[in-house]
Write a protein that binds this ligand. Structure first.
Ligand code: SF4
Ligand code: SF4
Length: 450
């Protein structure tokens, strides 16, 4: 905790932290860090706001158009783009700065927007610093030109795919309600042809959660990816208007009751949210297949994090970390939010036209947000055998009551428990394999250095 606090450290005293140049642009002076600590954070960039060419049923972002009063076709201006890139790089002292372009659908901005972005990144890059880009896309607009550009600038692409067509097309449809699976397959073919690295982002919802092997085998065998990210689809019915953790505590249902599961008239979650029990079964089935056939070949971030945390290493995902707050979001107009899942007026931290990125990322507000993940952890979680693997999962999903009536338990809890219980069987063998692999690579390094 002390270490993390140091990493999140910000300079004391408001006057010395934030300065303005003669041109009215915010600047920042970063507090000195103890040896070994760097100023680092990450942000999802929404250069086109909530604008998208598709109309996926379960999208958690389309409604921001109304919630944030966005214009008809939001677009990050050239001035704002430059401000964002300059400040984002200035605010970080790590070896690597990662730009994550997302939306809505970022390819709607057009290639010239991204050509300008990489040009600005090169201009503001600090000596010795590596700049990386990733692009989260539905793939519909990718063409040869895009693929050439993505390869040339070493973008990592996250392609949204929910499994085979019959499952994918249940939710991922165009504005006219047409299926999109063919477009995803075409995009994957194009990316492969140009050797662009890409991974699959799979939203596990109420429907596809019932077919774990069909989904996993499709992604790894037919879509052909070796990096898979599973995202649980959990959305309270009030998500269009009510920000996470601003829910009505009085009416939180007890875990396991029909009100805490999808498909019931008075349930707190949308019909498309994954059932907590199905989430657990899905992860267990995929784990078994992955461990039997794909261990060491396919990277499933959720599994690798579970292994890493079992070894006592830090979580690679914010949702299973003890603290969060290092993954923020920026909208097309420069508004900054505490997290991509907290893009609600209540969680706006500021705007980069008025306050420097660094001043917001290391601010007391943001630190409070990051630490509140642990501070608001239910007592039920503190006593859980799997606390150090789960940490109560993401606070945006703490929608239900524990069996003892305590509010603020994670909606996915039964599924998480099922999964963590299930993988204990394989963990001793995996830990032995990991240690052996590490020893082997250590010896190889030593031989190289001799
Ligand atoms: S609120 Fe959830 S998604 Fe956001 S940073 Fe924290 S754990 Fe991650
Ligand atoms: S498995 Fe359930 S009780 Fe255990 S830490 Fe996670 S959410 Fe809390």
């Amino acid at each position: 905790m002390a270490q993390l606090k140091r990493r999140l450290q910000f300079e004391e005293g408001d006057g010395s932290f934030l300065k303005m140049t003669n041109h009215g642009e915010p600047t920042v002076s970063l507090a000195p860090q103890p040896t070994g600590y760097k100023h680092c954070f990450h942000a999802m960039v929404k250069p086109g706001g909530a604008l998208c060419n598709l109309n996926c049923t379960y999208c958690y972002y389309l409604h921001k158009e109304g919630l944030l009063h966005q214009p008809h076709a939001p677009r990050m201006s050239a001035e704002m783009l430059e401000r964002h890139i300059r400040q984002y790089i200035e605010a970080q002292t790590g070896d690597e700065v990662v730009f994550s372009w997302q939306g809505g659908e970022p390819t709607l901005l057009g290639l010239d927007f991204f050509r300008k972005a990489v040009e600005l990144e090169a201009r503001y890059k600090k000596p010795g610093q590596r700049i990386e880009n990733d692009l989260q896309t539905n793939g519909a607009l990718l063409d040869e030109q895009w693929a050439v550009f993505l390869k040339q600038h070493n973008f990592l692409v996250g392609l949204s795919c929910d499994g085979p067509a019959r499952l994918h097309d249940q939710h991922r449809v165009t504005k006219g309600g047409q299926p999109t699976h063919d477009k995803v397959m075409a995009a994957a073919k194009l990316l492969r042809k140009h050797n662009v690295p890409f991974n699959a982002l799979c939203v596990v919802n109420r429907e596809n959660a019932k077919y774990p092997l069909d989904v996993y085998r499709f992604l790894t065998r037919e879509l052909g990816v070796w990096r898979v990210q599973f995202i649980s689809c959990v959305e309270p019915k009030v998500f269009h208007q009510v920000a996470p953790q601003r829910w009505d505590l009085e009416n939180m249902p007890i875990i396991g009751s029909p009100l805490a599961r999808p498909g019931f008239a008075d349930s707190v979650v949308t019909d498309w949210s994954v059932d907590p029990e199905d989430w657990g079964r899905f992860l267990c089935k995929v784990w078994d297949d992955w461990y039997k056939r794909d261990y060491g070949k396919v990277h499933v971030d959720l599994f690798e994090t579970a292994v890493a945390q079992s070894l006592g290493w830090p979580s690679q995902r914010c949702v299973t970390a003890e603290f969060c707050g290092k993954g923020m979001a920026i909208e097309h107009n420069g508004d900054v939010f505490t997290c991509d899942h907290y893009v609600y007026p209540e969680y706006k931290v500021g705007n980069i036209a008025e306050t420097h990125w660094g001043a917001m990322a290391y601010s007391e507000t943001q630190q409070r947000f990051g630490f509140s993940k642990s501070r608001t952890l239910a007592g039920y979680c503190r006593e859980c055998t799997f606390l150090k693997l789960c940490w109560g999962e993401c606070p945006k999903n703490r929608l239900v009551r524990a069996p003892n009536g305590e509010p603020g338990l994670n909606y996915l809890c039964p599924g998480m428990k099922h999964f963590y219980t299930h993988i204990q069987r394989d963990m001793p063998e995996i830990l032995r394999r990991v240690k052996k692999d590490r020893a082997r690579s250590f010896q190889a390094n030593e031989r190289r250095e001799q």
